[in-house]
Write a protein of this length. Structure first.
Length: 144
């Protein structure tokens, strides 16, 4: 079987416009967190800058990246300086009524675009976890 990597999309729905004082600390931390990701074990690629198309709306920030494994991404999200931002996420972002994060497997070397990621998120929202669209909590299903 060809080598696979893990793609992830996370969208964050801002409480206030990007230039508001409420969002200042978040935006001040982005470069630091991205630098941590860039050197994290298992990191492969991330979308840099604003996506050319944002199907999630003007108040949605898009984070799209590729990792060598679920474990590598989970370690970065839950066991690195990324947690400093995660602990404060409710100050900056509203929790949407639907899933805002999705994981899926891609061939090694593939860099997904935002529209591909949006399709995976829509599939997860519509059908629940499957081999094509899953979450940290349900990643074991992708091999079932």
């Amino acid at each position: 079987m060809a080598e696979r990597h893990l793609a992830q999309l996370n969208i964050a729905l801002m409480r206030e416009p990007a230039d508001s004082p409420v969002m200042a600390d978040f935006f001040a931390s982005i470069d630091r967190v991205n630098a941590l990701a860039d050197v994290a074990p298992g990191f492969v690629w991330r979308l840099k800058g604003d996506p050319p198309v944002n199907p999630f709306g003007a108040n949605a920030l898009v984070n799209l990246s590729v990792w060598r494994s679920v474990e590598a991404l989970s370690d970065f999200v839950h066991r690195s300086g990324h947690m400093d931002v995660m602990r404060r996420r409710r100050e900056w972002f509203v929790r949407g009524p639907e899933a805002t994060m999705v994981l899926w497997w891609v061939p090694a070397g593939h860099e997904p675009d935002v529209l591909e990621a949006a399709d995976r998120l829509a599939k997860l929202r519509r059908e629940g976890s499957s081999a094509e669209a899953f979450t940290f909590a349900t990643h074991h299903l992708e091999t079932a």
